[in-house]
Design a protein around this ligand. Sequence first.
Ligand SMILES: *Cc1c(COP(=O)(O)O)cnc(C)c1O
Length: 425
Amino acid sequence: MIEERLSLEVAKEFDRQDPLRGYRDQFHIPTTGGETEVYLVGNSLGLQPKRTAEYLERELEQWRTLGVRGHFEGEFPWMPYHEFLTETMAVLVGANADEVVMMNSLTVNLHLMMATFYRPTDRRNKILIESHAFPSDHYAVESQIQLHGYSAAEAMIAVAPAEGEETISTEKICETIEMHKDELALVMLPGVQYYTGQFLDLKTITEAAHGYGLQVGFDLAHAAGNVPLQLHEWDVDFAVWCSYKYLNSGPGSVGGCFVHRRHAQETKLTRMAGWWGHDQKTRFKMENRFRPIPTAEGWQLSNPPILSLAAIRASLDVFKDAGGIEPLRRKSEKLTEFFMDSLQQTLGDRVHSITPSDPSARGCQLSLEIRLDGVEGKSVYEKLDSMGVRTDWREPSVIRAAPVPLYNSFEDVWKFVERLEECLS
Ligand SMILES: *Cc1c(COP(=O)(O)O)cnc(C)c1O
């Protein structure tokens, strides 16, 4: 809890003290009618780093001038281009370089991972998900179950918050795993829940599942680039994420995938295979005897879209310059604390955050419900939007607002709270 009375002046003072304040200037911030927007929707589409254009132009130039030789020539040849991203990406999610690959998109990677890690039998064929799973994850899990000839109604086990609670406690998750330990084949949960902003205790959940011999995968769409992760150390089996939210790599950009080393080295694991997952040394011998690369790259299917990878490389370089996730997390915790305190001071119980108040159980995002008689949350969201305050609305009742430490300021947070107050009075 911050003691002093909060104000625009206090916000500006926090900005002056912020060691990361210079990074805001490295991003293009949208404007409306000549005014810089209060952009709090980096959880949906991260902003464009100014250097991205240069990284893309470099590949366009390579293509213009070298044509097919671009695969092998220049400083960043396309053939190994994905490898230029791996080190920084791996550090951001707490993995070794051989455990991470950027490829495809999130839902595709989720299917690829389930093809390997969901191997149901008549006794064990269930998948544990959460009751409020993101639609794409829900459909992916449902269709995988059906693909194997089981009934989704029976084999999808959904863990829900306890009666009267907004978020799912770690105890509830572990109890549910225990309750179904003999029928479960896989535990598949989010890192940061998209609706509530809850950062799940991935380490404890993984330990609980492994205690019963179950495998665990996480969807890190809202966690990668947002919160510190230790995927290797926590012994997570696999994880998938996208790069266009907190990873600022542009709409629909290529996703990420983690496969723990102890699995990645098992080249006999069943998988959906493609030529880009085949050993680089013999890939072009065209012998049609699949020998997977003994790393996460062994799950690659196709040669990747280089322009998208170039945008990811640009963004990851910004993360690297900023010192990685630790300094960003320090600022993020301060931003959300300031956010919660400003809301409390200015709006009291007219606004309720369903995001955990414990900083270790949340990332950048606060999910806010408007609790004022006769006022519809959605109309408040629309009014904010018309004032140049970008947040998003998630059915049934939440305004999501996410100050992102790379480019948002304490002043942004204060302006949001002030304009929300205007909307409600
Ligand atoms: C953003 C998001 C997705 C999007 O999936 P794509 O395959 O990238 O379109 C999926 N799951 C969750 C939880 C998300 O937050």
